[in-house]
Design a protein around this ligand. Structure first.
Ligand code: ZN
Length: 395
């Protein structure tokens, strides 16, 4: 198969002959002779571009042929082709950067690369073991040293017998003739991707972070133009934060820490104030409670009380002896009920709740002294409280 991109990854404009036409489930496709379009493979995404001005949607290799999937079928036999050069260069930078970074992880951390994913914004390599911050930094520094030394990158084909003597970084997965990509004096790897002629073209290699995956490390990184735009975005975010927090760049973390601590303190104070307000409201309700023998019964819907505070309100009210609280509120389309009694009483509020819950199509439970529940039928709150009153034989 003639793949001129193996030896010349820089040509992005060329003339070709259409040597096959196919209707696929993903639309029309053509076979070209020659083709510089890279088909998806080896962790590197396919090229995009135009064939006689028609957008290429995807390029795949199937049974030794390269299929160019198009928006529509070109009419001419001799076509002019344009590869999206920025996308191709980006893929070359990320892919070659991966080779260099993977080799650096072997040298600096004894960690082998298990798999590589070239994503649309960042790329990842999965290592075979967990690496620490220091090893990450050493591998990143080593990779950038290789970039800075502008080492030649070469590719060539070898037979399987020769490959065994080459000391490849990773044993090849396929049989037969192998294409080797070599960063001079640093890395040798079987690969079918497009690589620049010098490591300098990779540009900066930046490790963005790591994640633990199955007891090993997944390393996220960006190379070349991506690293530069990533840096620009990071700087813009940092500028926005320094403006917002009114702190210089190198004190930004401390300023944010202080702000979070202040916020937590205020939240706590606010909670305490709300609890105090609730307690004074609850004290006021005592006068409004109905009498059932010696027991004061408070049956109320409390729109101003949040579901989270409803239980506290019931507990505060029933702290005094001879009290029964049947409280309800609504929030975000749901009904909430809390029934409670003083500890000197013997009635079962959980049983009372079971009588009321069907009115709000609710579920819930608790113990004889306090029970709570909720349901999706919020307009049933009044009916739920009425059913509970009826059960208590309140007028
Ligand atoms: Zn590769």
């Amino acid at each position: 198969v003639n793949r001129p991109y193996f030896s010349d990854p820089y040509t992005t404009r060329f003339d070709a002959r259409v040597v096959g036409r196919r209707e696929t489930t993903e639309g029309p496709a053509v076979l070209l002779e020659p083709t510089y379009f890279y088909p998806e493979g080896g962790g590197q995404p396919f090229d995009l571009g135009w064939i006689d001005g028609i957008a290429v949607r995807k390029v795949v290799e199937e049974e030794q042929v390269v299929l160019h999937l198009l928006e529509r079928m070109p009419e001419r036999e001799n076509v002019s082709c344009v590869i999206d050069a920025a996308r191709r260069r980006d893929h070359m930078q990320q892919h070659s950067g991966q080779h260099i970074l993977s080799a650096a992880f072997v040298r600096e951390a004894g960690a082998a690369t298990v798999s590589f994913h070239l994503g649309s914004s960042t790329s990842t390599i999965d290592l075979d073991r967990e690496v620490g911050a220091e090893e990450l930094e050493k591998a990143e520094r080593e990779a950038n040293r290789i970039v800075g030394e502008a080492r030649p990158i070469r590719s060539y084909f070898v037979e399987p017998g020769e490959a065994r003597e080459l000391e490849l970084r990773k044993s090849p997965e396929r049989e037969g003739t192998l294409r080797i990509v070599e960063v001079e004096g640093f890395d040798r790897q079987a690969c079918c991707g497009t690589h620049p002629r010098s490591s300098a073209e990779v540009g900066p290699i930046l490790v963005r972070g790591t994640e633990r995956v199955r007891g090993a490390s997944r390393v996220e990184f960006v190379c070349g133009a991506r690293a530069l735009s990533d840096y620009s975005r990071a700087i813009a975010r940092l500028r926005a934060l320094t403006r917002l927090l009114g702190a210089p760049e190198d004190e930004i973390a401390e300023a944010a820490e202080k702000l979070v601590a202040e916020k937590n303190g205020l939240a706590k104070a606010f909670e305490a104030a709300r609890a105090e307000l609730l307690a004074s409201r609850v004290a006021g309700w005592a006068g409004e409670a109905e009498r059932l023998g010696a027991t004061r019964v408070l049956v109320r819907e409390l729109p101003e009380v949040s579901p989270a505070e409803l239980r506290l309100a019931a507990q505060l009210f029933t702290r005094e002896p001879d009290r029964l609280a049947l409280l309800a509120t609504r929030a975000e389309g749901r009904a909430h009920l809390v029934f409670a009694r003083s500890s000197n009483l013997t009635c079962d509020v959980a049983a009372l709740l079971r009588v009321a819950l069907p009115a709000v199509e609710g579920r819930g439970g608790g113990n004889p002294a306090i029970a709570q529940g909720g349901g999706a039928k919020e307009e049933g709150v009044g009916e739920a409280l009425r059913l509970a009153r009826e059960e208590l034989r309140l007028p």
